[in-house]
Design a binder for this molecule. Sequence first.
Ligand code: NAI
Length: 694
Amino acid sequence: MTESPVRHEITDRALRVTIDNPPVNVIGQAVRAGLLAACDAAETALAAGRIDRVVLTGAGRAFVAGADAREFDGPALEPHLPEVLDRLARLPAVAAVNGAALGGGFELALACRARIAGPKALVGLPEVTLGVVPGAGGTQRLPRLVGLDTAIPLIAQGRTVKAAEARELGLVDALADDPVAAALALGSELLDRPALDDWPAPAPAPDAAAAARRHAETRQRGQIAPLTAIELMEAAAELPLAEGLSRERAAFLELRQGPQARALRHIFFAERGAGAGPELKQLEPQAIDTALVAGGGTMGAAIAYALGQAGIRVTLLEQDAAAAERARANIATFFDGAVSRGKLSQETAEAMRAERFDVRHGDGPLPPVDIAIEAVFEDLDVKRAVFARLDAALPETTILATNTSYLDPDAVSEGVRAPERFLGLHFFAPAHVMKLVEVVRAAHTSPQTLATAFALTRRLGKIAVEAGICDGFIGNRILTRYRQAGDVLLIEGALPWEIDRAVEAFGMAMGPYAVQDLSGLDIAYANRRRKTPKDDPDHRYVPIADRMVEELQRLGRKTDAGWYDYRDGKPTPSPAVETLIEAASAEAGLPRRSFAPDEIARRMMLAIIAEAFEILEEGIARRSADIDLVLVHGYGFPRWRGGPMKLAEEWGLAAVMADLAALAKEDPKSWRVPPLLRSMVEAGDAPAGGAERE
Ligand code: NAI
């Protein structure tokens, strides 16, 4: 038998129980069994008068970071956590919360008579973020401890709080630098009080419940778990504890097998598996202490700021004095934002700005930095000229990166001395906020360079995904295909607002036409001009988007007219756009038909899925889960649907293939069945969510 992850020993008249299940002490079957054994030992020692308390803590940096979500895919294994907590609740136990006590870990703490938090404590019940509700008493015991007004928003939003706030809210009883020592010294008034199970039911809090429902409808749109959690907490005020607990357990077991929880777990694990692949992990990344960012506009200033926040000294290079001044102002705006949100004090912000940022222009010498990231205009010649200068001025070890969205990084890097040190680092706007980065492997990029880029993005707190070279890499290539599918729907009979509403109801953060109005129709127009010839015989050309720009000069919000009309910033359907679309259909000789929202959403998702399979097959993405991460973190794809590859798995690969085949039959210039999808269906292959291609 392997050693139990739960140790216990008697010292100072206490049974000290330590959960030691690295890295973060999650509760799996062995931990539950170990805790029961510890309860046995405690009962014996109490009966013999050898101890007067049980002190529970976690080894290493966490208390208990949650339940082991890997167990969620199978049937619940005995012993179940509620049983364990039931036993624990009868003992004079104190939780010494040394680190993260989340989900099942916090429920464990709630089963104790008292909770003492160390400086690193982080507590909460974030189950809804994994599509479930607390399953071992959280929705019933936390309201008894702190009242429904506090418990409802915490649990329904899955918010976690640090030590000081936890104390303020009453989630813990005391703070201590050494929570174990404090638990050993804890006086009897806390130790001898009744367990939470014997506390009175909380008073109803209809206002808090209504506010949480409103929050769920807007910020957690489409998700079941937050609403279920609110209902369960309301029941805590009405029902005897035992009944509340059994309802909660039933809801937990049902939700954890459902599609939303499966999708959220998939993304959770995809995030943890993101970044450098196994071969790269073997390599020692180069140290990055200094960076140069070329271009201080929308992207460059935000990238520079993100680097500076991670402790890297940044030289920002602009083309002239006026642009340098704008770049300085951009960076100052980010610092002001951090100060006004209370993230930084005014003094720290000023000191950091002075120490870490050096904005310059002109042809002077450049400091010998470890990495240079280019974010100048999206123009091949401009970018090449910038790299020629950087290459000549910087040491031969400096990594060179381009933030280009659509240009070919191999063309951008032509002529640089050491192309093995060159790669793409495609950030997303706003770059100091958005977590996604596509790490683009160019023709000669060395593994060492990639490993260094992944180490850097990790340090910036980003989620990095490796991408190969193609037009638009992973994300923008899929976006282009998605928009084309929308335009085909337009000419066949749908209207932009119908498409937007349908995909938003499906869960997308924003419809594609509303997004284009925000980013500007001219940007997408310029891209189309650059790559897709109108007369490409293999491609179905829909003229509507081009005419919006060429004939109507409707460029989006910046002209108060795009796919929508804007009055006081509010979008309304545009009759002029409707007329233009109808004229295009008539001209093409197409009878317009109506599309139900479900059909629209399905077709739009099929476009994303089809392109995702092509991308995987071409090796542009390394893992299918990486494509899911790109869509969820860069394009407003609902996290609770798990990304397009997970969605394809949920819909069934055979059904997806049948739908694509039907569309391809009708419109072969827009659709085809991706060969990889076909071969996976024919082989009865592993679901797409787990497909790996190296
Ligand atoms: P921007 O127009 O806001 O900024 C470009 C900056 O580069 C300007 O401040 C300009 O003065 C400066 N610049 C131009 N030539 C220069 C030179 N020779 N030396 C130094 N500085 C020079 O453009 P934005 O939006 O920041 O885009 C920059 C790059 O990032 C482009 O390649 C773009 O495709 C890419 N990108 C843009 C995203 C976005 O959402 N805006 C997202 C991801 C990538």
